[in-house]
Design a protein around this ligand. Structure first.
Ligand SMILES: C[S@@+](CC[C@H](N)C(=O)[O-])C[C@H]1O[C@@H](n2cnc3c(N)ncnc32)[C@H](O)[C@@H]1O
Length: 160
């Protein structure tokens, strides 16, 4: 349990650092955090230019509004499933910006085919965007080993 928390907090810091680097390289940018939970990454990495979207299922977004507050200038909450492409049009307002998608602690709960379909749709709809995810090694049954990585579209999405 302790190691799981350590891995998760390392991943959290690493993804903050990847997001800051993206904002330095490609800002003014737009970041979409898929499955944001109660994470406060916007407050940690805000470069005062980014348009930021935190997306989660409606129950979690309602809880966020209650505990952490509502939308603010350059900060937006989206209620819905990451896998329902309805949210794509909500972020189109920032279409002229470079996009970074963050999926931390999300994809491991879904089937490979579902994740792959979302990635293909993101690549098609947001050419030039970048993605950062955390990934757990399949051989680590206790899920304590975690690696983060970012990729720009252009890498092949293969597999079943
Ligand atoms: C393990 S938590 C990670 C939260 C946050 N990213 C972090 O690292 O602190 C997984 C989050 O994914 C959200 N989630 C689950 N299914 C989802 C879906 N279909 N679309 C968007 N978010 C989803 C959950 O509500 C939860 O907030």
């Amino acid at each position: 349990m302790r190691r799981t928390r350590q891995a998760s907090s390392c991943a959290n810091r690493e993804i903050d650092s990847i997001a800051r680097d993206f904002l330095r390289r490609r800002g003014p940018a737009c970041v979409v955090h898929l499955g944001c939970g109660l994470d406060a990454r916007f407050d940690r990495v805000d470069d005062r230019q980014v348009e930021w979207y935190d997306l989660d299922v409606p129950e979690v977004i309602a809880l966020r509004r209650e505990l952490l507050g509502d939308d603010a200038p350059r900060y937006h909450l989206l209620a819905g499933s990451a896998f329902d492409q309805a949210w794509f049009s909500a972020v189109d307002a920032a279409a002229e910006r470079a996009f970074l998608f963050i999926a931390e602690g999300l994809f491991q709960y879904f089937h490979k085919q579902q994740v792959k379909s979302l990635l293909v749709a993101l690549r098609t709809h947001f050419p030039g965007a970048e993605l950062v995810v955390d990934a757990f090694c399949p051989w680590s049954s206790t899920a304590t080993t975690c690696a983060c990585g970012s990729a720009a579209w252009g890498c092949a999405i293969t597999g079943e």
